[in-house]
Write a protein that binds this ligand. Structure first.
Ligand code: FES
Ligand code: FES
Length: 204
């Protein structure tokens, strides 16, 4: 294997590991769906007060039993094991839990799961195509748009939402569009460069 290929491989694996993008997570959805339906059909009393939530996550229809107070991030991380979405402040202030809801960036810790019923949710796991990183993820690798990586899934999803809205964003539009995502490592210059590089990649 050439040095360049090894370096690319290393970057890709490191990125996937670093942001906790559980590739396997998307594979468990049908099983979870079946489990939820079985519980719904056989355990009405034990699950009193819970409701069946149907939504689409990363292109797959899922149904889970939730309490009305359950947040979207809890469904993603605890019911579906999609732990790439991080729970940081749990107060709707940092953007660490950002996912796409119908193409719009939302704080999944600040949203009741039942409010996402019938809608399309995309998480960091849903951006990849097989083993191939999405252009936004690749841009974060190429431009070193992370240090500890904890805020990175949220930053990537915010950048993706921004680029869906502004495919050719100005520097100011990137700064404004991603202003809801805090990076405690202050990797902001590289995050900005990553978002601009992603826009460039996606234009090609
Ligand atoms: S964890 Fe949701 S905004 Fe901070
Ligand atoms: S890279 Fe560490 S919090 Fe952003």
């Amino acid at each position: 294997m050439s040095d360049e290929k090894k370096a690319n491989d290393f970057s890709r694996r490191g990125f996937i590991k670093g942001v906790g993008a559980g590739i396997a997570g998307s594979c468990v959805l049908p099983a979870l769906e079946n489990a939820a339906v079985a519980q719904d059909g056989t355990g009405q009393k034990a699950h009193a007060g819970k409701e069946v939530l149907s939504l689409t996550v990363n292109g797959k229809p899922v149904r889970v039993l939730v309490e009305p107070k359950t947040t979207l991030v809890e469904v993603l991380r605890e019911h579906l094991q999609l732990t790439g979405t991080k729970l940081v402040c749990n107060k709707g202030t940092c953007g660490g839990c950002t996912v796409l809801l119908g193409g719009q960036a939302v704080y999944s810790c600040h949203m009741l799961a039942l409010d996402a019923a019938g809608q399309e949710v995309t998480t960091i796991e849903g951006l990849m195509t097989g083993e191939e990183l999405h252009p936004v993820q690749q841009a974060f690798v190429d431009k070193d748009g992370l240090q500890c990586g904890f805020c990175t899934p949220g930053q990537v999803m915010a950048a993706q939402a921004l680029l869906l809205k502004h495919p050719q964003p100005t520097r100011e539009q990137v700064l404004e569009g991603m202003s809801g995502n805090i990076c405690r490592c202050a990797a902001y210059p590289n995050i900005l460069a990553s978002a601009l590089a992603a826009a460039e990649k996606m234009r090609k």
